[in-house]
Design a protein around this ligand. Structure first.
Ligand code: FE2
Length: 198
């Protein structure tokens, strides 16, 4: 497949003040665009041409760094834009998600704390995740462009902790960015959509 940059599902200024127009302009238009462009160049003429994005991510891991890094980040960012919405967050989760988080992770408040801690403690660039693996939800973290797909799980929520995701708005205060993400930005309806397919 050829990667294409999707439009943001909201206006560039829709997530302010928690994530600014300037951050989204750089993050979406420059960084995500670069993963799309570089990914397409890396895939051209290889065995990965013609595979789905998920297949490319899984099959290039550990084999072709240029393909994997860009395909992984394309996958991660396609979801990341949808994992946020204006007036997101909140304390009531849709569908079966609330009970599953209660059962597997000790409740929503504990999940928020653990998820933010995973993001804050990821050394260098990476992501924190809410992952479904072997029928259970778990909080994980990965470096760089890696995601749960290459560790036997499926991500239902993820937060980008690369500096490009927060440095304009929060400078070095990554924990403040993570708190704003869980309290005000998470699009739980999209998380439930992914969760309900598993
Ligand atoms: Fe990013």
């Amino acid at each position: 497949m050829t990667f294409t940059l999707p439009n943001l599902p909201y206006a560039y200024d829709a997530l302010a003040p928690h994530m600014s127009k300037e951050t989204l302009e750089f993050h979406h238009d420059k960084h995500h665009q670069a993963y799309v462009t570089n990914g397409n160049n890396a895939i051209k003429g290889t065995e990965f041409e013609g595979k789905s994005l998920e297949e490319i991510v899984k099959s290039s891991f550990g084999k072709n760094a240029a393909v994997f890094n860009n395909a992984g980040q394309h996958y991660n960012h396609m979801h990341f834009w949808n994992w946020m919405k204006p007036n997101g967050g909140g304390n009531k989760l849709p569908g079966r998600l609330q009970k599953k988080i209660d059962d597997d992770l000790g409740g929503l408040e504990k999940f928020k704390t653990d998820f933010a801690a995973a993001g804050a403690s990821q050394f260098g660039s990476g992501w924190a995740w809410l992952t479904m693996k072997n029928g259970k939800l778990e909080v994980t973290k990965t470096a760089n462009g890696e995601n749960p797909l290459v560790h036997g799980g499926t991500p239902v929520l993820g937060v980008d902790v690369w500096e490009h995701s927060y440095y304009i708005d929060y400078r070095n205060r990554r924990p403040d960015y993570l708190k704003a993400f869980v309290d005000h930005l998470v699009n739980w309806e999209y998380v439930e959509q992914l969760f309900s397919k598993l």
